[in-house]
Design a binder for this molecule. Structure first.
Ligand code: BEZ
Length: 210
């Protein structure tokens, strides 16, 4: 059975473009993103890794460390990075795992044989500082991921891990949030001094608390 939300993200050691890395040591107390790519020198992957590099400041300001996985070898990765930097006007300086033996790909269930026997799908795991898996998304090879959506989800995960709130559909940083059902309206009024708007007994909004 594959990994599920709330599971501990398995640790591993891997050869990467930044040297041999222990995943947990790399993460330290940060949040983490581990994401797979079908293959080096493929067009969609090139744009995804370029975009991730261009958003480096956005990931760093949220205390997130990024690591990519591809099942090609290290020389191929280094050559591909030159192309990514050139074509995407980016500087890739996060590690890309050379997972030739598919150790990480299998550990994280990134190969879906009915999609491809040999290449990984586009899996992405967000891992909390407690090393638990907070989010899993899986896209097919033909569809590049939206990295602004990933940043938006991280904003929600970080907010909701610190406050008794949830975020509504299409929520963005700074917008009103939802009081979790476990809190009574009476307690919510005390807990959220910016105010509580009751639409239904189960649907209550409050300004973003942080
Ligand atoms: C790509 O990254 O461009 C890609 C990889 C595998 C299949 C289709 C597209």
């Amino acid at each position: 059975m594959g990994l599920r939300l709330g599971d501990i993200a398995p640790n591993f050691q891997a050869n990467t473009t930044l040297g041999f890395i222990d995943f947990y040591a790399y993460l330290g107390n940060s949040w983490g993103i581990l994401f797979s790519h079908p293959a080096d020198f493929t067009p969609v992957c090139t744009t995804e890794l370029g975009k991730t590099a261009l958003l480096q400041e956005s990931f760093a300001s949220r205390n997130i460390k990024v690591m990519a996985v591809s099942v090609d070898d290290i020389d191929s990765h280094h050559n591909w990075i030159k192309d990514i930097n050139e074509t995407q006007q980016a500087t890739v300086n996060f590690p890309i795992i050379a997972d030739e033996k598919k150790v990480v790909a299998v550990l994280y269930d990134m190969i879906h044989p009915n999609a491809s026997e040999t290449q990984t799908v586009r899996s992405l795991f967000i891992i909390g500082p407690d090393k638990k898996i907070k989010l899993i998304i899986v896209y097919p090879a033909s569809t590049g991921r939206n990295f602004y959506e990933i940043l938006r989800v991280i904003d929600s995960l970080q907010l909701t891990s610190n406050h008794s709130v949830a975020t509504p559909a299409d929520w963005k940083q700074g917008e009103d949030v939802i009081v979790v059902p476990a809190i009574s309206t009476e307690d919510a009024i005390e807990k959220f001094p910016k105010g509580v708007k009751v639409i239904k007994p189960y649907l209550r909004y409050t300004p973003q608390p942080d």
